[in-house]
Ligand binder design. Structure first.
Ligand SMILES: [Zn+2]
Length: 332
């Protein structure tokens, strides 16, 4: 019974056979319906993936599969980090699990490690542990100390959450409600600290991470409320996207003293639930419009990497939004 609901969630396609295994997101069989191509009898799904670009091989797929099946395959999200294929249980009524499975492997740890050509399992610089995915944000002794100060709890979270989104989900669902902005900011500081140490700097102490993220968040929130006050003539009510669509909101804040722009991206579903959030800094020499455009680009890529395709984009800069919608060249 349980086995019936099990199918593959494609990562790099190395483990999954095209014609024998269940991996197509059609709820009837989860198997390829296109008649088998005898030359490709034993081929794996990885044959269909351009690993350099982490994209489906569009032309190959269109030449092998029936049109409807080709488009179904091309719509399967691929993570840019091409993690291992995973078995997933697709028999949940609320679909939460399948939404989560789209998130697999987006954690920056993997991306960073892959980019730097560092082996996937390395000793943690901050504790005695091994830095597998999820360690920096949660199970590291250092992170544990910071989360204790921040009073963030994630009951039911596994010791090494496979990615940051699992942590985010768990905290989001925890009762009583927890401060997700604080969570995202603190996680970002943990990540920066980890990178700084990796590049030879001394680690900050847990209290510094806790206080720096509080300060940063407070400044960000002050900016948000003051800029809302300036725009009080514009209704800023957030409306959910249509059913099964996602809305990506992008915002930019200037921090003149630090010489940086802070950008924030929040992706929500049609129920207003957060699918992902991201914050980042950009150097200040960028013009305000450049920063808006850059933030928008980051928002689009982020939504794409979450595996979401039906996206409505919302941002403050009308010039940037118009340029995207009408393919108008920018004023630069
Ligand atoms: Zn550690």
């Amino acid at each position: 019974m349980v086995e019936d609901g099990i199918r593959w969630s494609i990562g790099n396609g190395d483990k999954v056979k095209i014609w024998c295994d269940k991996w197509i997101p059609n709820p009837e069989t989860y198997k390829v319906l296109t008649p088998i191509n005898p030359l490709m009898y034993n081929e794996k799904v990885s044959t269909l993936i351009d690993k350099e670009r982490a994209m489906w091989k569009f032309e190959l797929i269109n030449s092998i599969f029936l049109p409807h099946e080709a488009s179904t395959i091309l719509a399967i999200p691929l993570s840019s980090t091409l993690p291992e294929d995973r078995k997933v249980w697709s028999g949940t009524a609320n679909g939460v699990f399948s939404v989560r499975s789209a998130y697999h492997g987006i954690l920056p740890t993997k991306t960073k490690l892959k980019d730097c050509k560092i082996p996937m399992e390395v000793e943690c610089d901050l504790c005695e542990g091994v830095e597998i995915v999820g360690h920096t944000f949660w199970s590291c002794d250092f992170a544990v100390a910071v989360w204790q100060m921040a009073n963030v709890k994630a009951p039911g979270l596994m010791a090494n959450p496979p990615n940051f989104m699992d942590l985010f989900w768990c905290v989001m669902e925890a009762k009583p409600a927890q401060d997700l902005e604080a969570l995202a900011t603190t996680a970002w500081f943990l990540w920066n600290n980890r990178n700084a140490v990796r590049h030879g700097e001394t680690s900050r102490i847990a209290l510094q991470i806790f206080e720096a993220s509080r300060l940063y968040l407070a400044e960000f929130q002050t900016h948000c409320s003051s800029s809302n006050a300036h725009q009080s003539h514009v209704p800023t009510l957030w409306r959910p996207p249509p059913l099964r669509w996602y809305k990506t909101n992008v915002d930019v804040a200037a921090f003149k003293e630090q010489g940086q722009y802070g950008i924030g991206v929040v992706v929500r579903n049609d129920k207003g639930q957060i699918m992902g959030a991201l914050s980042k800094t950009l150097p200040y020499p960028l013009g305000a419009l450049d920063a808006e455009a850059k933030a928008t680009e980051i928002g689009i890529i982020f939504s794409w990497e979450l595996g979401l395709r039906e996206i409505i984009l919302e941002g403050d800069s009308q010039i940037v939004m118009k340029a995207i919608v009408n393919h108008e060249p920018g004023p630069i």
